[in-house]
Structures are given as structure tokens and as C-alpha cells.
Ligand binder design. Sequence first.
Ligand code: MN
Length: 135
Amino acid sequence: MSTDNLSSSVIFPLGEKVESPNFSGAVWMNMLTPRDSACPVGNVTFEPGCINSWHTHAGGQVLLATGGRGYYQEWGKPARELHAGDVVEIPQGAKHWHGAATDSWFVHLFILVNPEIGLTTWLEPVSHEEYSLLK
Ligand code: MN
């Protein structure tokens, strides 16, 4: 892959390419603490145009944007554009998605909080029509 406009955003190694129906394109995941840690932390890198499906985290999640341009959207609310340095605190059980803008890579760290309450539940994909309206 080309990383020309990505290399300055890379702080943590990309990790493994993830093949999952819960992402609309190519994504790389690097768990920085174990998945069964008391506080799972990972780095996620989305190729341009790649987003995840609607989902919930029973215990909540925090996103720390570190590079590129992307979006976070909570069900029923407008999408929020994200850049390096932005922080998103996702409430327990809130239905949401996150990922890259159509024309940019996007990199964020995630912290799964209160993982003892429960983990991630994957739901339906974001409608292409809705995503394509974002600039
Ligand atoms: Mn999430």
C-alpha cells in the first residue's frame, strides 16, 4: 500500500491486516495491550473510504485520533469529523461507527473501558448513501 500521506501519522506499528465483514475496506489492527487485559488498547488504521459497521461497546470506548481525517457518528446524531488530537468518549451501549473519510487515511487508538461489563456487538453496515454525503 502507499503510505506517502500516512507515514507522518504512524506512531505505533500498523499491526495485522484485518479481514472482517464489519469493515467496509482494508484496516490494520495492532493490539497494544492483550485483548483480555483489564484495559484493552489498540491502534487501528483505516484506508481511505474504509469505515466500520454500526456497533456498540457494552462498557464504552474512548477514541484518540492520531492521524489523517475520519468520522465518528452516534445513532441519531450528525457525524463528527475527526483529526489528530481529537478525543471521543463513547457512552456505554451507544450505537455508533467510526472510520476514514473517503479521501484520507485515518488512524486512531481505541481504549475499551469497563470491559468486564461486556465487549463489542456488531450491527448493520452504515448505508452507502449516508456515508457518501460526508465530505
Ligand atoms: Mn467503536
